[in-house]
Ligand binder design. Structure first.
Ligand code: ANZ
Ligand code: ZN
Length: 803
């Protein structure tokens, strides 16, 4: 047999698959459907790195297996191509982002093709294609129609020296990524999407889907549901009340002061009563420079200013308590005000300790002079008038009823989730199809005018006052109101990076449709996605945003299911060989092109699946890669010992059936590494045996094919089997034949056989020992005695000596 020439083989099969449309998904098929989805990449200038193929290979394995199992499989690929890096590159090099994107996509595509993924390339999509973003804009208009898109003043990150609004990822430790200057928060009118309206459904419907538990938890934590109450505190001198949100109304008698977010409206509304208003303003100014993350860091030294001249009245005991402002209270959560209970809240305790505010114990069990007593689940209430003696849970119910009866507030559920800021003052994004008219307010661009094309500009930099570069094109900005015909102005903000990826999985079902985002039939047939795999970094935002849009489209009757993805898994990263994240600056990036060239796509694929636990991050190793290449060379050499027989090799029958079972199971359960290990072990068995029947080799090739598709197709065709491997059928195993021969082993205690146990012919000693000591009769005979000796004579007898 000639040598294993990966270049020749891989080029040949990739061409055949292309020409024969082998992986084309059919929208009209009698077969059951299967929709496998991987996150589409952002086509960066750096090209693919070896981290990309890991998830793609995993679902390629699943897709190829499903096709052999008789499914009509949709496994698509596309480009999430709007976004900052391309825009920044365009600014720097004065090249249109469209040209940059085209070039990057071309590179990515040829790289992906060289790895032999079974994508249906006829369904390739690109979020920057007007035929695609027409529908992104269309969904936005639907959201606007339903009152789910609105404009509101929101703070953005602003670099005063670059005069530019920055995305969160451009702010590094509070500083501008470009110039290093301090970034401040600047308030701007922005488009917002009301994702909060879907918060409850986004939690509850997680019960319908099969996501790994950790991902469900991340979704829930991100939404952050809190059960509690809103309570009104009167403010002295004014006729005003301030509402606080608390999850612990049972501790209200311990509320010894109040803390407001420095941005709280009441401060400016009643500045005439605040004696130290200047000090308050100065503090506020300092705070505005900090990110929310910095503000709420637990370990941080507490700061704050008392509002001198006014007090709040605790409605439970009518005591006057001081009002403070501090950065640890956020304006964006709850009501922007808290009743501080230093006895039982850590941050309140630290604050009270620093500023000498009174600390009152209202739950028994800790020592509140030393630290906040927070672990109060089973605590009993004290120092709290009519709540005394109640458990925390009872007290909560009791006090909420009392608050509601006395019209001091109400039961309230709060979510951490905020509405989604859907505006960016940037060029390389979908134009928001809205027009502002002095008379009519915000008016939609008429649907029949979509797509609203991104116009050509000279310069991609945002303007000096932080508007998008679109604001610099008067002939684009100035238009007429679609409602009344008067002069009006277009919105110049564009959509955020997340927009295009919030519905892309729907477009794949019918990517060339120019009448609808996809036909009802196509959506009904393919959706929901059966299996979606993507990065851990996307298990919060992208997953949440796309679930939200899908639920919205469900409410509009566009899709038939409330959830888009039936199953969601996540992969670990591939690290540099020094265990660090691969990055250009660390100089440890491995380019898959080099690997494909030198070792072959099949070796790369096998290694990426064999490298370790799919869900964990693992370092790249050249030796591991070489080991996989040697394995494939040995697979290739099986052709030297093949005998022309349509029978199984009787002596290896159990091993073969066991391997079919294990590989079939492992491919479905993210255990690609152990599947490959068992294929390596079966290969050894054939080599030890000295020959392999054609029948067994066929089975072997089918099992290995999803991981190493080129070499297996080639050997298959060398064997002269018709039709080609990819039109064949996934092997079945016979359960009875997966079980090793069972033998009976006598168990002897102090020289007398007391019982027998059944074990497999090749069962490990440790497992046999376990069985022996679980046996009822053995347990009875050794009870209360000391084991002096145990000897196992393999396949003969198990001896125990006790005293
Ligand atoms: C009194 C109290 C006593 C509280 C106690 C906690 C423990 P989660 O669970 O995250 O919803 N809080 C309310 N609004 C806030 C804001 N805008 N910024 C910072 N903190 C805020 O937390 C709710 C609790 O966080 C609320 O319950 C409030 O403090 C605080 F022993 O009220 B609590
Ligand atoms: Zn008008």
């Amino acid at each position: 047999m000639k040598n294993y020439d990966h270049k020749l083989i891989e080029g040949k099969w990739q061409k055949i698959w292309d020409e024969e449309d082998t992986f084309k998904a059919n929208n009209d098929s009698d077969k059951p459907k299967y929709y496998a989805l991987v996150e589409f990449p952002y086509p960066s200038g750096e090209g693919l790195h070896v981290g990309h193929p890991r998830p793609y290979t995993a679902l390629d394995v699943v897709s190829r297996k499903r096709r052999l199992e008789g499914y009509n499989v949709l496994f698509p690929m596309g480009w999430d191509a709007f976004g900052l890096p391309t825009e920044n590159y365009a600014i720097k090099n004065k090249i249109h982002p469209k040209i940059v994107t085209e070039k990057n996509i071309k590179r990515f595509k040829s790289q992906l093709k060289s790895i032999g993924f079974s994508f249906d390339w006829s369904r390739e999509i690109n979020t920057t294609d007007p035929n695609y973003y027409k529908w992104t804009q269309w969904i936005f208009l639907k959201l606007f129609d339903k009152g789910l898109a609105y404009k509101e003043e929101m703070p953005i990150n602003w670099c005063p020296s670059c005069k530019i609004g920055l995305a969160n990822e451009e702010v590094v430790g509070g500083h501008c990524e470009r110039c290093g200057g301090e970034v401040i928060r600047k308030v701007k009118n922005q488009w917002m999407l009301k994702i909060t309206e879907y918060a409850e459904r986004l939690i509850n419907d997680l019960d319908m889907v099969d996501y790994i538990e950790r991902v469900k938890l991340q979704q829930k934590n991100w939404i952050g549901k809190s059960d509690g109450a809103e309570v009104e505190f009167k403010i002295s001198k004014t006729n005003e009340t301030i509402k606080v949100f608390t999850t612990r109304p049972d501790t209200i008698f311990g509320a010894t002061y109040m803390v407001l977010a420095p941005e709280h409206k009441i401060i400016d509304q009643h500045k005439e009563y605040i004696e130290n208003f200047d000090e308050v303003l100065a503090y506020r100014e300092e705070v505005m420079k900090k990110s929310e993350f910095e503000r709420t860091e637990l370990s941080k030294e507490k700061t704050g200013v008392e509002l001198k001249g006014i007090k709040a009245i605790n409605p439970a005991n009518n005591k006057m308590i001081p009002i403070w402002i501090s950065d640890y209270v956020l304006i964006t959560y709850g009501t922007g005000a808290v009743m501080a209970v230093p006895g039982h809240d850590e941050r309140d305790w630290e604050f009270a300790n620093k500023f000498n505010l009174p600390i009152v114990e209202v739950i028994k069990g800790g020592d509140v002079t030393k630290e906040a007593y927070t672990n109060t689940e089973n605590g009993i209430v004290v120092n709290s008038d009519f709540l005394n003696g109640l458990t925390v849970n009872k007290a909560k119910e009791e006090i909420i009823n009392w608050i509601e009866k006395n019209k001091l507030g109400k039961r309230k559920i709060n979510y951490k989730l905020r509405d989604w800021v859907f505006s960016r003052q940037r060029y390389w994004g979908e134009p928001i199809p809205m027009i502002y008219c002095e008379d009519c307010g915000w008016v939609k661009v008429p649907e029949e005018e979509l797509p609203l094309l991104l116009p050509e500009v000279e310069n991609y930099e945002p303007t000096d006052n932080g508007e998008s570069p679109l604001a610099n094109i008067p002939e684009w900005v100035n238009t007429t109101c679609p409602k009344c015909g008067k002069p009006a102005k277009r919105e110049t903000d564009t959509m955020p990076q997340w927009a295009g990826s919030s519905w892309y999985f729907l477009r794949y079902t019918d990517p060339h449709n120019d009448q609808e985002l996809a036909s009802k039939e196509a959506l009904d047939y393919w959706m929901p996605v059966d299996w979606y795999n993507g990065g851990m970094e996307h298990t919060t935002l992208h997953l949440l945003y796309s679930r939200f849009w899908h639920k919205f489209l469900y409410d509009c009757g566009v899709v038939k299911d409330p959830e888009p993805y039936m199953k969601r898994t996540s992969h670990g990263m591939i690290l540099g060989n020094n265990n660090e994240k691969m990055s250009k600056s660390r100089g440890n990036v491995i380019n898959p092109d080099d690997i494909v060239n030198e070792y072959g796509a099949d070796t790369l694929r096998t290694y990426e699946m064999f490298i370790g636990d799919f869900e964990k991050s693992v370092p790249w190793s050249e030796n591991g890669l070489k080991g996989c290449r040697r394995f494939l060379e040995r697979v290739w050499k099986l052709q030297d010992i093949v005998i022309d027989s349509n029978e199984y090799t009787k002596a290896l029958e159990t091993n073969i059936h066991k391997t079919i079972k294990k590989v079939s199971f492992d491919y479905e359960n993210l255990k690609f590494n152990t599947a490959i290990a068992s294929l390596m072990s079966l290969l050894n068995d054939f080599n030890d045996y000295g020959r392999i029947t054609k029948k067994d080799l066929e089975t072997y090739l089918l099992l290995l094919n999803p991981v190493a598709p080129h070499i297996t197709e080639e050997i298959w065709s060398n064997l002269g089997i018709k039709p080609s491997l990819n039109k064949s059928v996934w092997p079945k195993y016979d359960e009875a034949k997966t079980i090793d021969e069972i033998i009976e082993i006598p168990v002897q205690i102090n020289g007398r056989v007391r019982t027998t146990i059944n074990v497999e012919l090749n069962e490990e000693e440790s497992s046999i020992r376990e069985k022996v000591f679980k046996n009822d009769i053995v347990v009875k005979f050794i009870e209360g005695k000391k084991i002096i000796k145990e000897i196992y004579v393999p396949r003969k007898i198990f001896n125990i000596v006790v005293k």
